[in-house]
Design a protein. Structure first.
Length: 559
């Protein structure tokens, strides 16, 4: 008997026995042979799309995955799912669909893989919400699973300097102040994104790719390879063999996605000054894997994790530069040697994190990646704030920020667009606290990112004297004194909904405090007088999402 039949733990129900003759007839129409019917079936989720440069090259890698699976002895089944380009939809109503897409991606991969009784899954992706959506589906399915990253875009060149899409959003703010000409703005626009790949810096896509590698769910060393590099095709092909090995050893996603591996992922994100979105996404992945992880774990780990990289938006280098000095394994080896990683955590190779890292000989260059003995900061790049404005917590990226405390008057905006207009027309002054509310998971709905606003602020001279807080999210390209994920959100009556124009708000990093200077009694009185807003959408996917989604402090999940 063919040994591979023993690996058909799920697919045998559609390919074996006289009662499945009709199903086999359908499968034969796709080209399957008698021999194929005895092989394990593996779904290949392909997130290729023309709507974003992040993903428009993924067909090439997905077909390499198919080749690798066939070569290893499995039968691949390719299917597509969606993506949303945050960089294109940013600042529009469509941006609200971004986080919603994470759930749709997770649901679609789970639906196809479960519905077609697949034995394993490999997913190929690159844009921001692709990756957490994929990992959420893998955690739900609990099958042998591997993630393949499409890689990052190379930086563009303008006047002899590297630029990327972060510079474009900040250039809009500079242009609004008359400090950049329209001709210069357009000239930058034409070179900032030179080709395929996810955004270049330590923004959300690269943050999550690094986190997934640290989690053990992708090929070691793969997350920093530029999109145009042919090594990505080798990774894609070899992932087919890795997946077959996982089938043989019966290594499932929840064997890898554990408390230890999630702590490894968090630690690497903190050491790299990663995106605030990692908090949201890693909580969501933990939820789907039924791992006990809370928002407080991020702050606990941040207090002991050194910040080691000089990557944009908080530094000057991009992912391609990090690849030249060894990529994520270089950082992980530093962290492991200081006892900050769980070296025994299992990975898709069938080996432990420590065993995988033993095959890498790179060392920090002390420029792109700093040694743990001389870190950029002794603590991590993200912290969690709490107080009477955020009882469930709020997220602040401290990497690259000069503002460790702030007290100032609230400038209150019930939505992102009015705040953006106030910033670009000079209505925001030194010391102000810009409050953008009703942009949370339910209130937005969809918790849209605020890169248009943060970019406009960072493009002005007031950039380090303004505090921005919101129940929405920030792009991974955002930096500076900006607090996101304030929970509970305004739409459910969280304290942020009770702030009035001119209220004095205090943020203090050392004490992890985010407070408004009013009494508990006054806060209660305002809550009693508050009326919830009407839903912004009453039908369709946005309305469905708003009804189901939970707090940002729990990952904004819908299950």
């Amino acid at each position: 008997m063919n040994k591979t039949k023993n690996l058909k733990k799920m697919s045998s129900v559609v390919s074996e026995g006289p009662s499945r003759a009709a199903a086999r007839a359908m499968l034969r129409a796709t080209g399957l042979t008698d021999e194929d019917m005895e092989k394990p079936f593996v779904s290949v989720a392909n997130l290729a799309s023309d709507v974003t440069p992040c993903n428009f090259h993924l067909d090439r890698l997905s077909h390499k995955v198919k080749e690798g699976l066939k070569n290893a002895g499995a039968v691949p089944f390719l299917f597509g799912t969606i993506t949303i380009s945050d960089g294109i939809s940013m600042g529009t109503e469509g941006m609200k669909a971004s986080l919603v897409s994470r759930e749709v991606i997770a649901d679609s991969i789970e639906t196809v893989t479960f519905g077609e009784s697949m034995d394993g899954v490999i997913a190929v992706a690159a844009c921001d919400k692709n990756m957490p959506g994929i990992l959420m589906s893998m955690a739900r399915l609990n099958l042998p699973s591997i993630f393949v990253y499409g890689g990052a875009i190379l930086p563009g060149q303008y006047k002899g300097k590297d630029i990327n899409v972060q510079d474009m959003f900040e250039a809009i703010g500079t242009y609004s102040q008359g400090k950049l000409s329209l001709e210069e703005l357009i000239a930058m626009e034409k070179v900032a994104c030179p080709g395929e790949g996810a955004c270049a810096g330590m923004f959300t896509a690269n943050t999550m790719a690094a986190a997934i590698e640290a989690m053990g769910m992708s090929t070691p060393g793969s997350s920093s390879i530029p999109a145009i590099d042919p090594r990505n095709e080798e990774v894609a092909f070899n992932s087919g063999h890795l997946l077959f090995n996982m089938l043989e050893k019966d290594i499932k996603s929840r064997d890898i996605i554990t408390r230890k591996s999630l702590e490894n992922a968090i630690t690497v994100v903190l050491s790299m000054g990663g995106s605030t979105n990692a908090v949201l996404h890693l909580l969501a992945i933990a939820h789907e894997a039924e791992v006990d992880l809370t928002i407080d774990d991020f702050d606990r780990l941040s207090r002991k994790t050194p910040y080691l990289t000089d990557l944009r938006p908080s530094g000057k280098y991009v992912m391609a530069d990090m690849d030249k000095v060894g990529g994520v394994p270089t950082i992980m080896k530093e962290l492991l040697h200081k006892g900050l990683l769980h070296g025994d955590a299992l990975t898709v190779t069938g080996k432990s994190i420590e065993e995988n890292l033993d095959t890498f000989n790179t060392r920090p260059d002390n420029q792109v990646i700093h040694r743990i003995s001389s870190p950029r900061s002794p603590t991590g790049g993200l912290i969690i704030l709490k107080g009477n404005l955020a009882p469930e917590g709020a997220v602040l990226k401290v990497s690259g920020s000069k503002s460790l405390n702030h007290t100032g008057p609230a400038r209150v905006f019930d939505g992102e667009r009015s705040a953006f207009e106030a910033v670009t027309t000079g209505q925001i002054k030194d010391g102000d606290v810009v409050v953008i509310r009703y942009e949370g998971p339910k209130g937005g709905p969809g918790m849209q990112e605020m890169l248009a606003v943060t970019g406009a602020i960072m493009g002005q001279d007031i950039k380090n004297n303004i505090l921005l807080m919101t129940d929405g999210r920030f792009s991974g390209a955002s930096h500076g004194p900006m607090i996101g994920h304030v929970a509970p959100e305004a739409a459910v009556g969280g304290p942020i909904a009770m702030i009035k124009e001119g209220d004095i708000i205090t943020m203090d990093v050392e004490s992890r405090i985010l407070n408004v200077d009013i009494t508990d009694e006054e806060l209660k009185n305002r809550k009693n007088a508050w009326n919830p807003p009407k839903p912004k959408y009453t039908h369709g996917v946005m309305a469905k999402y708003a009804k189901l989604v939970t707090s940002a402090s729990k990952g904004a999940v819908t299950t």
